[in-house]
Design a protein around this ligand. Structure first.
Ligand SMILES: *Cc1c(COP(=O)(O)O)cnc(C)c1O
Length: 474
């Protein structure tokens, strides 16, 4: 037992025994999750210093590997599944999502061609159509799964670039016959879009950040002015990216007004709903998404607020052929005689082999059902509004932004405090280093603002009460 063979894999008897043991350990982990500090209490290099500098020469008993998971890895885990993880965006996995990852790793399929992964290729189409229906998007939208929103959005901008200048694919950018391109976003855009324009060779200067109003929403008149000015100066506007649920405050850009402008000028509209997209399954929140059905492409992240383990991001396109035009390239060794009849995942992006990600979304949708998913997301929104009501009723705190989804932006403002920025930063650091909860921050109008995100599958009202007690200034 536990001894490696000269050839071949671990004996199946050992695999079975360790498999049961690992599931037991994971069940204990989920049961005991609240006993761990949310943010790992380790100093930099703790893990490196605990490990040898070279790989083992001979195989080691697997028991020893598992014991090192307990003693070296676990203390350095930041527990995203902890119900008091409220920083950044609170994301978490469901147990069935973990099961799906086990199957996907065991099958180890690479979905490049339909033939190399029929189940993965077809299940992806099925679950993305289910999700499309649940979120109320028109039938014209077809999706593709990537790892993260950063990558989904990078592909969307590449498709927009292809449409605006079909020669860019073969001849590249910076030619005398190709004007410099422009992409439009709001001041509150996610940094992944800055990185996309770097990656695509458009340059950071190509990204124009449009002014927002007092609710942190893009001002459409300013967008139109910027496009007109750029056209007059000889630039080529290729894409506008309104966000539904910005990262700082979950503000909502006026998508319908942006769609009017994009239609008038023939510019690609990509909607960043990476965080909020899941909430479109709630009928009462659907109005917040008005206009997104007119987009050329939309990104949403089931790994954010749909109980699906990282990573799984979905890019919906009005016409998936736009992506194919930008990326399809089939070398001789990947040519198949069924290409006209099947969808080959490799045609829609820079990746050749693609993980079997749809399985986890399928497990989640089947286990919880639409009704179960709605109930959980609706409860998160209720809890966020409840927390916001405590903030509003307190003399010592104030809300810093509206709460359309499940993120509360607020700060302490006790009478007589000298420097509110320093006070709030200290408050956040004290809570975070206690290990009891994790909050993050942003700056709104130059003011240090605390962010509390509610999104864990394990979160209950008592967890928010706990944060509120931790914030007690008395
Ligand atoms: C989280 C987020 C992203 C980035 O998502 P990744 O999947 O981590 O790349 C982009 N845009 C918005 C609005 C987000 O909330």
């Amino acid at each position: 037992m536990g001894k490696t063979r000269q050839f071949g894999d671990m004996p199946t008897d050992d695999f079975r025994r360790y498999g049961y043991e690992i599931v037991d350990r994971l069940a204990d982990y989920f049961e005991r999750i609240e006993e761990f500090p949310v943010l790992a209490k380790v100093e930099p290099d703790a893990v490196k210093n605990a490990l040898p500098s070279t790989a083992p020469e001979f195989g080691e008993p697997f028991d020893e590997v598992l014991s090192d998971v307990d003693s070296i890895i676990l203390p350095a885990v930041t527990h995203w599944n902890h119900p008091n993880f409220h920083g950044l965006f609170s994301t978490s996995t469901s147990s069935v999502g973990v099961f799906a990852e086990m199957f996907a790793a065991a099958f180890d399929m690479k979905a490049m061609l339909w033939r190399t992964a029929p189940a993965s290729t077809e299940l992806e189409d099925v679950v993305l159509d289910w999700l499309r229906q649940m979120t109320g998007l028109p039938e014209t939208f077809e999706g593709i799964i990537y790892d993260t929103a950063s990558v989904s959005t990078m592909h969307a901008i590449a498709a927009a670039r292809e449409r605006a200048d079909p020669n860019s694919r073969s001849l590249g950018l910076g030619r005398t016959d190709s004007p410099q391109m422009r992409v439009y976003v709001s001041e509150h855009v996610h940094s992944s879009i800055d990185k996309s324009v770097i990656t695509l060779g458009l340059g950071l200067e190509s990204l124009r950040k449009i002014e927002t109003n007092e609710r942190f929403e893009m001002v459409p008149e300013k967008l139109k002015e910027a496009i007109d000015a750029d056209l007059a100066a000889g630039f080529l506007p290729i894409c506008v990216i309104p966000t539904i649920g910005t990262t700082s405050t979950t503000s909502i850009d006026p998508v319908a007004a942006v769609a009017d402008i994009c239609e008038a000028y023939g510019i690609w509209m990509h909607v960043d709903a990476a965080y909020s997209g899941s909430a479109a399954i709630l009928p009462e929140l659907r109005p917040l998404f008005t206009g997104w059905e007119r987009a050329d492409s939309i990104v949403m992240n089931p790994h954010k607020w749909f109980f699906t383990p990282f990573d799984l991001s979905v890019l919906y396109c009005r016409d998936l052929d736009d992506l194919k035009k930008a990326f399809s390239l089939v070398p001789e060794y990947l040519k198949t005689d069924d290409a006209a009849r099947v969808k080959n995942g490799m045609d829609y992006g820079i990746q050749l082999g693609r993980r079997f990600r749809s399985l986890k979304l399928w497990f989640v949708m089947r286990y919880f059902g639409r009704e179960g998913l709605i109930a959980r997301i609706r409860e998160h929104c209720r809890l966020a509004r409840l927390f916001a009501s405590w903030v509003e009723e307190s003399e010592n705190f104030e809300l810093m932004a509206p709460v359309p989804f499940a993120l509360v932006c607020f700060r302490a403002r006790p009478a007589g405090a000298a420097d509110l920025d320093i006070l709030n930063e200290q408050l956040m650091n004290a809570i975070n280093s206690s290990g009891e909860a994790y909050l993050s921050h942003t700056k709104l109008n130059g003011q240090f603002t605390l962010r509390l995100s509610v999104g864990s599958i394990r979160v209950e009202e008592r967890h928010l009460k706990k944060v509120w007690d931790l914030l007690d200034l008395s």
